[in-house]
Design a protein around this ligand. Structure first.
Ligand code: ADP
Ligand code: ZN
Length: 207
């Protein structure tokens, strides 16, 4: 099964992706993680991506589509995958349809008013886990691997505002795109815990 995780920044795509990966053994492909790894490694792609990411803008489509297209040819993607952060606009969605067969688009629907606090209070670990300061009780290391937690450079109010605008104008229209293909399933994420959202997701995936 090949699925797309759709949702605004801060909707909890990454959090749900690790839960799905663990339970359903579905490969997690996050374009954001790929870009951040490239920035850390000082690659050409990383250098190019950094300026866009720091500004809260989308990395150019050609670069992003090529990365995903290539990643999907790896052997580990043959038995199914979950795309997190891709596609992010109509062009990317149309390109994806040319080189992949998508079965389902899972849309995580969150009240806009919750997003700013969720993102600015987010602390992440290099292993991929993320936390919110409200539940860390002052802890500064990852409960899963012991790694040092840090705040992503683009998780600041100024950049988040641009990312939310980008989401609204470019990514949200994909909800209609996948609805018209009959592939859309939505789950609602309120003030509740990630586990409550995961229960809804499991109900969909188990069908
Ligand atoms: P979030 O969902 O919280 O915004 P991501 O890790 O998915 O975080 O993305 C971080 C940044 O990486 C985005 O703001 C954007 O600059 C870049 N990026 C990630 N995925 C894409 C994509 N599909 N197309 C263009 N840029 C992307
Ligand atoms: Zn960790």
């Amino acid at each position: 099964m090949n699925i797309i995780l759709l949702g605004a920044p801060g909707a909890g795509k990454g959090t749900q992706a690790s839960k799905i990966e663990e339970k359903y053994k579905l490969l997690h492909i996050s374009t954001g993680d790929i870009f951040r790894a490239n920035i850390k490694g000082g690659t050409e792609i990383g250098k190019l991506a950094k300026s866009y990411i720091d500004a809260g803008k989308l990395v150019p489509d050609e670069v992003t589509c090529d990365i995903v297209k290539d990643r999907l040819t790896w052997n580990d993607a043959k038995s199914g995958y979950m795309l997190d952060g891709f596609p992010r606009n109509l062009f990317q969605a149309q390109e994806l349809d040319k080189f992949a067969k998508i079965d389902l688009c899972l849309n995580i629907d969150v009240d806009e008013s919750l997003l700013m606090d969720r993102i600015c209070g987010r602390r992440v670990c290099a292993c991929g886990e993320s936390y919110h300061i409200s539940t860390l009780n002052g802890a500064t290391t990852c409960a899963k691997c012991g790694g040092e937690l840090y705040q992503r450079a683009d998780d600041n109010p100024e950049t988040v505002k641009t990312r939310l605008d980008t989401y609204k104008s470019q990514t949200a229209p994909l909800i209609e795109y996948y609805k018209s293909q009959g592939k859309l399933k939505s789950v609602k994420s309120g003030a509740g815990s990630p586990d409550e959202v995961f229960v809804q997701i499991c109900a969909i995936l188990d069908r």
